[in-house]
Structures are given as C-alpha cells and as structure tokens.
Design a protein around this ligand. Structure first.
Ligand SMILES: Nc1nc2c(c(=O)[nH]1)N(C=O)[C@@H](CNc1ccc(C(=O)N[C@@H](CCC(=O)O)C(=O)O)cc1)CN2
Ligand SMILES: Nc1ncnc2c1ncn2[C@@H]1O[C@H](COP(=O)(O)OP(=O)(O)OP(=O)(O)O)[C@@H](O)[C@H]1O
Length: 203
C-alpha cells in the first residue's frame, strides 16, 4: 500500500489483515499471562474510574479481551452506575443498558451477553476494548464502526478510554475522517499514549 497517501480501499484491506493478526495473537496468549496483564490494567483503571461522576460503560469480554468483570462488580457494589453496550442494528450507534451484578443477560450479536432490560443509560465515560491502538490514541476495533458512530453521536463531554494489551500496539491505523481519538489508552504498562486533559479542547 502507498504509505504516504493510502486510499480507503487500501486502508480497509490493511486493517482487516491487522485485525486478524492481532486477534489471533491475543487469543494465542496463555490465559495466565493475560490474567496477570489484566490485573495491572485494573490497578491503573480503578483510580481513573473512581473520578468519574457519570455512568461508565464497560464491556463483556470475548476473544481474549481483558476481563474487567471483577472491577465491574467492585464499582457496582459501591454504587457506581455501570452499563454495557448493545448492538441494536448494524451501522447504527451502540445503545447502553444499565448493568448490575444481578442483571439478567441474554446473547446479543456475536453471542456477546447483553442486559435483557430495555432501559437505557447514557455513559459519560466509555471503556473501549481495542483490537489495536496507536500512541496518539486511535483505536482499531472489530470493523463495525460502532464506537466511532457512538462517539460521534454522543459528542463533546463523552470520552473513551481504550483498554488492551501492549501487544495490540500499532504505529498508525492510517486515520480516516470518521476515526475518533480516545482520551487515553490503558495497558498492562499503565496509561500509555498522550493523555489529553478532560474538559480542554484538543488543540
Ligand atoms: N466485548 C465487546 N463487546 C462489544 C464490542 C467489543 O468490541 N467488545 N463492541 C465494539 O464495537 C460492540 C460489538 N461490536 C461488533 C463489531 C462488529 C461486528 C460485526 O458484525 N462485524 C462483521 C464484520 C464487519 C466488517 O468487517 O465490515 C462480521 O464479523 O461479520 C459485530 C459486533 C459492542 N459490544
Ligand atoms: N460516524 C460514522 N458515520 C458513518 N459511518 C461510520 C462512522 N464511523 C465509522 N463509520 C464506518 O464504519 C466502518 C468501520 O470503520 P473502522 O474500520 O474504523 O472500524 P472499527 O473502528 O475497527 O470498528 P468498531 O468501532 O466497531 O470496533 C467504516 O466503513 C466507516 O466508514
């Protein structure tokens, strides 16, 4: 591909290959190592999330994503409002349903469990599991465009924190006009990538 000025077709094909490579490598990492990395991620995330005043959306882990459910149970038990993303329809923004440790779940798209309730909440902070991430906080996801559509719809005041392992690091995703940067990325090494201060406009 033309690295200086790649076409969207070239970028799309490159992203597809990178997704497959990165998901394969993550799933191939032994569970004990992923669990150790995940404990480090939770240590970094916990104080950041405690500063959040609005609802926080998490995710139900699949395909070797960091399993943050212990942190979800801890914060929910302390009264934080938590939510999980739900795909209602392809090519539309995600909606968020409240989650508590006793919430009844059903299988949604890709067999990812989602709360059964039709109630919705609007998260102010979104944890976005990454397939890939860059040092300037761009996210490569599963290719549905769901998080970008959701952040575009929610607008200012709603920010995403990327969550993933160091092995998901990429030099660039060849950003496109629809790609929205995350506020920061948390891996087993801590907060990585440029952290922009919430409340300040990106300059
Ligand atoms: N654990 C977890 N839950 C999550 C997400 C996530 O990344 N992780 N999501 C974060 O967004 C949403 C689900 N994301 C999805 C993204 C793509 C497709 C999908 O159908 N993909 C097509 C290929 C798309 C393409 O390449 O054009 C497919 O596999 O057929 C489904 C769900 C909501 N829940
Ligand atoms: N705000 C938006 N409005 C319309 N289309 C969008 C928007 N954001 C993303 N898309 C479309 O979604 C598709 C997938 O984009 P991309 O390759 O960036 O996915 P991704 O970020 O890896 O996926 P996901 O966010 O689901 O994990 C692209 O065709 C893109 O044009």
């Amino acid at each position: 591909m033309n690295q200086q000025n790649p076409s969207w077709d070239e970028v799309r094909a490159w992203r597809k290959g990178e997704r497959e490579r990165l998901i394969e490598a993550r799933v191939a990492t032994v569970q004990e190592i992923r669990a150790r990395w995940t404990r480090a991620i939770i240590e970094t995330l916990e104080p950041i999330l405690r500063e959040s005043r609005g609802p926080i959306s998490f995710y139900w882990p699949f395909r070797g994503e960091p399993d943050l459910r212990p942190l979800m149970r801890l914060l929910a038990g302390e009264g934080f409002t938590l939510a999980l993303p739900v795909v209602i329809e392809p090519k539309t923004p995600l909606v968020f349903r409240p989650w508590r440790p006793d919430s009844k779940l059903e299988l949604g798209v890709w067999n990812i469990p989602v709360p059964v309730t039709k109630e919705e909440v609007e998260p102010s902070l979104l944890l976005a599991p990454v397939v890939g991430f860059t040092p300037d906080n761009y996210r490569l996801g599963y290719g549905g465009g769901y998080f970008d559509r959701t952040l575009a719809k929610l607008g200012a005041g709603h920010e995403a924190i990327g969550v993933g392992f160091e092995m998901a690091r990429l030099a660039s995703i060849y950003p496109q006009p629809h790609d929205i940067k995350m506020r920061q990325v948390v891996t087993e090494k801590g907060v990585v990538g440029a952290k922009r201060r919430p409340g300040l406009m990106a300059s």
